[in-house]
Ligand binder design. Sequence first.
Ligand code: 13P
Ligand code: ZN
Length: 273
Amino acid sequence: MDILKSKFMEGFVRLTDDAFRKGWHERNGGNYSYRIKCEEAEMVMDSFSFDRDFAPIGVEVPNLAGEFFLVTGSGKFMRNVILDPAANTCVIQVDQDGKNYRIVWGLRDGGRPTSELPTHLMNHSIKKELTGGRHRVILHAHTTNVIALTFVLPLKDEVFTRELWEMATECPVVFPDGVGVVPWMVPGGREIALATAELMKKYDVAIWAHHGIFCSGEDFDLTFGLMDTVEKSAEILVKVLSMGGKKQTITAQDFRDLAKDFHVTLPEKFLYE
Ligand code: 13P
Ligand code: ZN
């Protein structure tokens, strides 16, 4: 079967368009990857070619050996993916050591996978292990309000999580584990990939100070929905701060009551007075 006709390609592409329309992806900002299921890869194997050379990933991901990923291209614009997925995305395969990758489909007119490939694959590696293979989607975007908050709030997991939770009652239910914050670092390399992966051991959301956000999820809907929820909450906080700050809010005890009724566990480190 032609990969362009596959269900997973359709779902992948729909998200790129939705996310661009949200204003999360100026120019080539942001990038995105999907760990293709075995049965999906088998179905579209005719579309793949295995003649290209392997190149180093920059990090080691042994538990992803042999796996296929659908990934956006470096320098490609998210808004163009829907027009021409074969020119703006690619499928890569990780080698047997988990140290190298090769392109097996896509980037028809040349190019390479996103410059954030080390972070994407490190996150996939951690999440595959910790979720028993359930998480398959990693999305990086330049969400305006989350970025704005990194200039104002202390760059601490506890502060970002609590402030975002307070801005919308559904937030602690959608991301009960909280969010992590990576201080400003040079993007595109091994160091920021390792720092992000450390946070992904605890959270599904990692904020990059003065840059953007990474979300991990099981499927396209849940990952998009998670980012949408976090960014909307950040937007409310930006508005509240612009109006002179909170005059009342959801309290730590309110969160404990909510946790009981909604059957979620909220770590006490976020419920400080
Ligand atoms: P790429 O175009 O290489 O994906 O980079 C965009 C980006 O957001 C870097 O953080
Ligand atoms: Zn970025």
